[in-house]
Design a protein around this ligand. Sequence first.
Ligand code: SAH
Length: 368
Amino acid sequence: MSRPPRHLADLDLAARRQAVADLGERPFRADQLSRHYFGRYTDTGQDMTDLPAALRDSLASELLPRLLTEERALVADRGATRKSVWRALDGALVESVLMKYPDRATMCVSSQAGCGMACPFCATGQAGLTRNLSTAEIVAQVVAGERLLAAEGGRVSNIVFMGMGEPLANYKNVLAAVRRLTDPVPSGLGISQRSVTVSTVGLVPAIGKLAAEGLSVTLAVSLHAPDDTARDELVPVNRRWKVAEVLAAAWDYAAATGRRISIEYALIKDVNDQAWRADLLGELLSGHLAHVNLIPLNPTPGSRWTASLPGVQDEFVARIASHGVPVTVRDTRGREIDGACGQLAASVAPEDRPGRRVGAARRALPLV
Ligand code: SAH
């Protein structure tokens, strides 16, 4: 486990100017480098023709080291979904997923290599935590997406911290990443704060801290059960912060930011999909600024759990809606490339995973 080298995206603009000055160059060079990285998505010195030729490579290698190398890219949904497996300089593997829609493009980013939250239904949770990602390693995933889309005349419009890791367990780096992603060029990428979603298992003190940051990012809470009995098992951190405390923190967040809370709920057959749980969930959320995002479970290799039956899912939706609570079922992109919710597990090569059903179609997926 090692700390990645310093990168421009770790620093705010003032600190970048100082870093350039410390290298013996004029501070405005930091703005030029920032424009290249955040405005043109390049970290290649030779592309920076507004810098003196002698400085291009040295400044780029000092302040824009290539932190992530794309180990593999897998595409699905006729090219609309692309999962990237990234190798960090210390060998750690992380994944990001770019999803293109007619009206938007969403990047799902990782905040940690692995995850320490140990949710039993989530592939990332099974291998444990390797390390926190640095701010620049998080930002680099989005810059890579911007670079790809820019070639087609597009832009990343939405960011969800729903890749590997628990973002609020890497609070400082994630918060700085949110600022880099949303600050205007040349400070950052200029993506709207309202288009950024931070998803959490429910680390109550960190939710409180986030509420006080003066940001307008969306908070998603991975609830998965309305009662402590089921949630203690599905989201082990619930043994520390109970459903009632997590929801209280969520309502405080909504009050402080005016943002609607997204309640994430993976429907698992016979585990959390009973009608009474839908009613209890509806009662808990009714009258609050919240909507429910149901996710049909993506079964992970070796898991005994499967997705709910369609009729059961429909009933669950109807009961939540009957309490006046908005509810949607998430479209799960990229299932066949293990790019859908809860399937990211880059630390283990697919062919080495136990209990895996590998079909011909899976093998034949294009590697780009
Ligand atoms: N640690 C954060 C963010 C990463 S997970 C969190 O838990 O919110 C992003 C979402 O995918 C979470 O709601 C998570 O519970 C859900 N998820 C994990 N495994 C899943 C699976 N196998 N099927 C469906 N959703 C899953």
